[in-house]
Ligand binder design. Structure first.
Ligand SMILES: [Zn+2]
Length: 218
């Protein structure tokens, strides 16, 4: 299982579910003449936290206009898909924001993108209240995410924590439970620090073996 997670400075996390991620990655602009594509992000606010889960997305639809370096999403078909998802879910699936592709490995928002995002924040797209709007750009190699604040109109990039493996999930849960100290009180390295050395990578491999054993346990 892979779980890309994006974090903001407040400790809030945004997770892109596997199904949604598959759709996003399937639309990457890999071919030389592939146009920009996009849609809306759909998902849930996790009650009692600031966390958000992106469960699904709309896909390119009739009326969208995409060129190699530009994308305009048609309003009505995506809205219809959004309304349908909202009803189907009993009102728990919300509009969370927008995604589109870029024909570059590591995507950065254009001036047009930033204007468009600011406009959606000003116009109060999506649910009311202080929930943020999310903006995803799917590059050829990286997928990056920004969070827009409705009150301040500030747009900040969320930090990608990287794809989580079961071994890493277990290691980090252990680390947090242990205050990031080893059994004899020494500081515990992070997963990323382990990845930097041969013996560290062997430790990571053992955690993956342990996690796999737990997963198949009855
Ligand atoms: Zn763009």
């Amino acid at each position: 299982m892979t779980r890309p997670v994006y974090l903001d400075g407040d400790g809030a996390a945004v997770q892109i579910g596997d199904a949604a991620l598959d759709v996003l990655l399937a639309h990457r602009q890999i071919a030389d003449d592939a146009p920009e594509l996009g849609g809306v992000l759909l998902g849930r606010y996790i009650i009692g936290t600031k966390d958000i889960v992106i469960d699904s997305t709309t896909v390119p639809m009739h009326g969208d206009i995409g060129s190699r370096f530009g994308f305009h999403r048609s309003a009505e078909p995506h809205q219809k898909a959004l309304d349908f998802a909202w009803h189907q879910s009993g009102g728990t699936t919300h509009y969370l924001g927008e995604w589109h592709t870029h024909a570059e490995p590591d995507p950065t928002p254009s001036a047009v993108d930033l204007d468009d995002w600011a406009r959606r924040l000003r116009e109060g797209w999506g649910t009311s209240g202080d929930t943020p709007l999310l903006f995803v750009i799917v590059g050829q190699e990286r997928t990056r995410m920004w969070r827009g604040d409705r009150a301040t109109l500030a747009i900040v990039e969320l930090k990608e924590r990287g794809r989580m493996t079961h071994g890493k999930i277990g290691y980090e849960a252990y680390g947090e439970a242990a205050g990031w100290k080893t059994f004899d009180g020494r500081p515990m390295p992070t997963w990323e620090q382990l990845q930097a050395t041969e013996t560290g990578r062997e430790t990571c491999r053992r955690w993956e073996v342990a996690a796999a054993a737990i997963r198949v346990a009855p």
